[in-house]
Structure formats: C-alpha cells, structure tokens
Design a protein around this ligand. Structure first.
Ligand SMILES: [Zn+2]
Length: 134
C-alpha cells in the first residue's frame, strides 16, 4: 500500500476542496443532479443513487439538533464543550458542536444555524441557536 489508488486520491481531492472552502469561510455541501438530494460528507459518487454528478451547493444553514453530548474537560483545558449531531434542512446529518449556549443547555430538537468558525488557521462548521426559528 505504498501507492494510493486513483479512486482514493480523487476522493481526497473532494475533501480538499471542501476544506479549502471552509478555510475561506464558506460551508459547502454537495447536491446530486441525478436524484436531487443533498450529499454530505463530500464524496465522488452519490450514496443515494450512484450518480457521479455531484455539484457544490451552499446550504441555507438551518438545522436541528439530532443528538447532543457534553464532553467534560478541565477548566484549564478550556472547560466543557458540546458535541452534537445536526440535521441540516437539506436532509443531511453532520457532527459538529453548538456554541453560544452552555453545553448542557443544548436540547434535542433545538433549531440551530451554521456558522464557519476559524480555529488554528482552519475553517470549522459550528452551530449557534437559531432564535428566529418558529
Ligand atoms: Zn443521487
């Protein structure tokens, strides 16, 4: 396994594009022209229908907390933080964290909104409570 196969290097290319956009402050997911569904995590082939017609799309950013966990951390290490699975409005689920609220106050079903945070020089998708949601 010294030479990565072609397929693997291409899919790393998709991930590299995703990360590059994040570093520039843009959160992108993919959209499949074959079945008109959203795709995340970035990949070459649609997991729903097998088409290779995936295009980058900007999600509208709205989401809902699917599950939430508080990760305990010593105060000197930055304190507790939240890890959550978020269902995007577009129908894909991603692991992220909810900020702007105490980690233990994040609730399943809470409406949230995506933001791109910068951490260690790289863009990172985080979510904040969406107070404008109905
Ligand atoms: Zn598809």
């Amino acid at each position: 396994m010294t030479v990565p196969d072609h397929k693997e290097s291409v899919s790393q290319g998709v991930e590299a594009q995703y990360r590059q956009a994040l570093d520039q402050g843009r959160f992108l997911i993919q959209h499949c022209a074959g079945c008109d569904r959203a795709v995340f995590y970035p990949r070459m082939i649609c997991p729903h229908c097998g088409a290779d017609k995936l295009a980058w799309a900007t999600p509208d950013g709205r989401g809902t907390v699917y599950s939430t966990t508080v990760v305990r951390r010593k105060p000197e290490a930055g304190g507790d933080y939240n890890v959550a699975l978020i269902d995007l409005h577009e129908g894909v689920r991603l692991m992220s964290r909810v900020e702007g609220v105490a980690p233990a106050d994040v609730q399943i079903g809470m409406p949230v909104r995506a933001q791109v945070a910068q951490q260690d020089g790289h863009g990172l998708v985080v979510f904040v409570p969406n107070k404008e949601a109905p």
